[in-house]
Design a protein around this ligand. Sequence first.
Ligand code: EPZ
Length: 426
Amino acid sequence: MDSIHIVGGQRLEGQIPISGAKNSALALLPCALLTNEKLTLANLPRLADVDNFSHLLNGLGASTKVDGVKPGEIGRRMTLQAKDLASTVAPYDMVRKMRASILVLGPMLARAGEATVSLPGGCAIGDRPIDLHLRALEAMGAEIELAAGYVKATAPKGRLPGGDYSFPVVSVGATENALMAAVLAKGKTQLFNAAREPEIVDLCNLLVAMGGRIDGIGSSHLIIRGVEGLHGCEYEVMPDRIEAGSYACAVGITGGSIELVGARPHDMLAITNALAAAGLIVEFSGKGIRVTADKPLRPLAISTAPYPGFPTDMQAQFMAMMCLAQGESFLEETIFENRYMHVPELRRMGASIDVRGRSAIVHGVAGLTGAKVMATDLRASMSLVLAGLAAEGETEVLRVYHLDRGYERLEEKLSAVGANIERRGS
Ligand code: EPZ
């Protein structure tokens, strides 16, 4: 297994190109199942999760072809086509590897009138049930049965009538599955307390570009009027706000100045507000966002929340940065029940962190020391890389396959701005 080796202490200067958003790509790819025409997605990030998702779609009967990269583009261009569905079953060995596979449930149900998907099971950061996905589909007229670790959804008479559902908890994935099921329903669907993340807006914009009818895009009240069919189109994946925020934290923890090329400011105001509160200078340029750190970090009090609040996917990265702030920081993780697995590893690098339930106090220290550390989940892995960039001496991050799920060419992008970082095979 590969590992990432970092010798800390380098200031970061230059530009980092921001890739297409993983969490948008994983919601846009299954839309290929909603039409028998070609869907071309541009600016797809080169990530393990995107590759795994395209293999899942292949198993369901969709062809996927990676096209050449056009001049000036940094992401991949992929053309997908599901002329017919060869299967409506998403098997355990695929879903086990990537819980986002559950996002084929809604589109398969909409296209074929039935769908069987392995229950995803929990993951490192929590139980992560799918009850809200299933309740929303039931509200739209689906019949749901659970057996042998699989969920089977069926549309009576082959097509969902549509219906209204109010989410008791904001859920990104459940909102996405409901949207993809509703666009081809017979009637109207209203979703209340729907997720409002930029990735949801990206999905709505693609569905509308395919001929879907959605009102309230960007709000928590979505109104979808079912149509008879959707057509193919070409669509560009939005830039990754979490990747951009992660590299902004790299500047904060090491000092320096980086332009995050392609980052979209209005997607990440909660992140840039927190960066500014910590003392970084954030400038919105025509090409993206420039982040500069030239003075000691100020401590913060942060609670994660659904969009437009502070994203849970940035909590681990900010915790790493706060390890070197001048004072006590307070973090509260309100979304997932077990998203502090980076804490023991950061402590091994000299961090001083107290965790009580979903809250953490980070006592700023003068410096961190490099160590061999273990990645446990995607964003925890990034927090260890960030700590390594600032630590005295060498840090070796093991199990980098976690990183490869969500960060395209991480070591290349960081080396290009001065970091002493390399990947070593085992
Ligand atoms: C998406 O996961 C993202 N993944 C996550 O990013 C992100 O952390 C999360 O949204 C929150 O923003 C993708 O988009 C592929 P949720 P998702 O449904 O959809 C509970 C990363 O690092 N819940 O919004 O699975 C759930 O347990 C990943 O890029 C239910 O109770 O998240 C959690 O506590 C990690 N029942 C809360 O809701 C359900 O049916 C929010 O989960 C569904 C969710």
